[in-house]
Design a protein around this ligand. Structure first.
Ligand SMILES: [Zn+2]
Length: 275
């Protein structure tokens, strides 16, 4: 049994064949999927998808969506969290964070939305699902000021020292398609050497395609698809099992246990019912 701790199943890329995507994931043993929100416009979508299919969801405003978010979207988020407080499928606040990779973004505004959402995580006693790109130190700085129960740093791509700092704060680190590339030396080294109990698996589908789905910009321009999907999780996991010298069964058990530790409400959910 596998848990995809981060999948944007509501994305437009899945509009035409979402049911088949879910069926393929189930067929290969993906028993649970966490659907993070990215902004006010998709809060209701991730919630209803999670309920329709027996999955879990998170509510939050993604750093790349902060620019188009209105200030009162934070009020709306708080209202939605209060309204769904008792919803067993609401497992975290996310996806929140800081993106210092994409040029031209308003970093102060990102930081304001990030810290406001950390405070909501405290208020509602929920873990957080965090987006990191060239921003690990800033994320950690704010986590020292607003202490939350922990959560997942998804698609982790920082240094070993930064990884350890997140782990000390009670976070698990998400690994996915990026680790399947032989040239991703740093990510592969971390995936190999971090304590096993620090690691959770994710696809970030439809994004972060594993190596076997990767297409060059030129191929994509010619119409080739590099869409990732949750059914790729076991094959992505095989890369990690090989790096660590573990059996797939051992890795599935350990990463599921870690996902439950990071998102305690997940542990109380029954495995998703058949479609
Ligand atoms: Zn994401």
């Amino acid at each position: 049994m596998w848990i995809d701790t981060h999948c944007h199943l509501d994305a437009a890329e899945f509009e035409t064949d979402r049911a088949a995507v879910i069926e393929r994931a189930r067929a290969v043993g993906v028993a649970q999927i966490v659907l993070p929100a990215v902004g006010r416009a998709n809060f209701e979508t991730v919630r209803s998808l999670a309920h329709a299919h027996g999955f879990a969801y998170a509510l939050g405003i993604h750093p790349l969506f902060v620019e188009r978010a209105a200030d009162d979207d934070l009020v709306h988020l708080r209202d939605a969290l209060a309204e769904h407080r008792g919803d067993e499928r609401l497992v975290a606040i996310g996806e929140i964070g800081l993106d210092h990779f994409v040029p031209g973004l308003d970093r102060d505004r990102q930081a304001r939305f990030y810290t406001a959402q950390l405070r909501l995580a405290r208020e509602f006693e929920l873990p957080v699902i965090v987006h990191v790109r060239r921003s690990a130190d800033s994320l950690l700085k704010h986590l020292r000021q607003v202490r939350v129960v922990g959560g997942i740093v998804h698609a982790f791509n920082g240094s070993e020292q930064q990884a350890e700092a997140f782990v000390e704060r009670g976070f698990k680190l998400g690994f996915g398609g990026a680790m399947t590339f032989e040239r991703a030396l740093q990510i592969r080294r971390l995936a190999q050497e971090l304590p096993l109990d620090a690691i959770v698996l994710e696809t970030d589908a439809p994004d972060i395609p594993p190596q076997w789905l990767y297409r060059t910009a030129q191929e994509r321009a010619a119409g080739a698809s590099s869409r990732n999907e949750p059914g790729e999780l076991p094959r992505i996991a095989r890369s990690l099992a090989e790096l660590r010298g573990l059996s797939l069964a051992e890795l599935a058990a350990a990463t599921s246990r870690n996902a439950h530790a990071a998102l305690p409400r997940l542990a109380a959910l029954p495995a998703a019912a058949p479609a």
